[in-house]
Write a protein that binds this ligand. Sequence first.
Ligand SMILES: NC(=O)c1ccc[n+]([C@@H]2O[C@H](COP(=O)([O-])OP(=O)(O)OC[C@H]3O[C@@H](n4cnc5c(N)ncnc54)[C@H](OP(=O)(O)O)[C@@H]3O)[C@@H](O)[C@H]2O)c1
Length: 315
Amino acid sequence: MAIEDVSKPTYKDKDILVAVKAASLNPIDYKLVQGKLKDMVPLNLPVTIGYDVSGVVVEKGAGVSDFEIGDEVYARVPQEQMGSVAEFVTVQSDLVAKKPENISFEQASGLPLTGLTAIQALEKVEIRENDRILIHAGSGGVGSFAIQYAKEKGAIVYTTTSTKNVDWVKALGADRVIDYTNEDYKEVANNLDIVFDTLGGDYTFDAFEIIKDGGRITTIVGPPDGETAKQMGMTDYKMPEKLSELIKEKSAIYKLTWMQPNAKQLNEIKTMVEDGAIKPIVDLIYPFEDGIDAYEYLATGKAKGKVIISLADLF
Ligand SMILES: NC(=O)c1ccc[n+]([C@@H]2O[C@H](COP(=O)([O-])OP(=O)(O)OC[C@H]3O[C@@H](n4cnc5c(N)ncnc54)[C@H](OP(=O)(O)O)[C@@H]3O)[C@@H](O)[C@H]2O)c1
């Protein structure tokens, strides 16, 4: 990774050009840098990274009527426009929403990718009132949003984290915070309606042990289910045999979510934030010139909520 001068991005008829005030980091960014997603997200290097942005509209295409110059906005930019860790980024205007008015640019930039992921993953398994759900990694970017969203939906929330995070994760509204360093989550949380798997590996398979018969598992890191694989264009995909067997044994619903940008849901997040139902959780804010350090910190897997790069004082 390096900080470089690049040309200002061009924009099309339906795009807006955003002067970036803040960009938040997500594990997908460093996974791309580490080459771990080569097959799923092919890139022509060098590229500018970053999907999450909040900033101000400074130019717009002739076909844009929903936004004016000067509007404060936030978005998860689509793959083709990736590059929010920069002075300017272009975004397809139908994927953008006005930023929540009661929070800073830094806080707002932390919401799109994690918020959309949590909403889409929980909607996929139709979360409803009184569902008993385990959300893994409640102190992560996705988990800290998902806890608040699940509580808003009336669910009973169990979550896992380590000792140092227990108190603040409980304050997000979780009913039972399980400290994975000294408790076995499978003993505390079982016979569940839903497991939200944000960890993958054995956690995906072990989720079947703790759901009730007919329970639901929603993953953002596990192997795709057949239907999602098809939607993702994986025509030759065959689900791992072990997974198919577990689904059958438990009559379970198992779904992978691969988050999609969505302005309607960003507007819902705006409303929930302005109503106080969702609080943005920011761990550290790095100035732009220390952006590479920010990625190294996120890649430790120990962030407490979101890691943000601020450009507010720069441009
Ligand atoms: N499919 C999609 O569309 C999609 C979208 C977003 C994210 N993701 C993926 O979902 C994963 C989570 O994303 P994120 O943004 O939430 O990551 P993150 O913010 O980097 O998660 C960090 C948190 O994970 C916790 N953690 C680590 N190991 C744990 C364990 N064994 N048990 C419980 N908590 C643990 C850490 O808490 P402690 O320090 O207390 O351990 C830390 O607070 C990433 O792999 C990401 O790539 C997928």
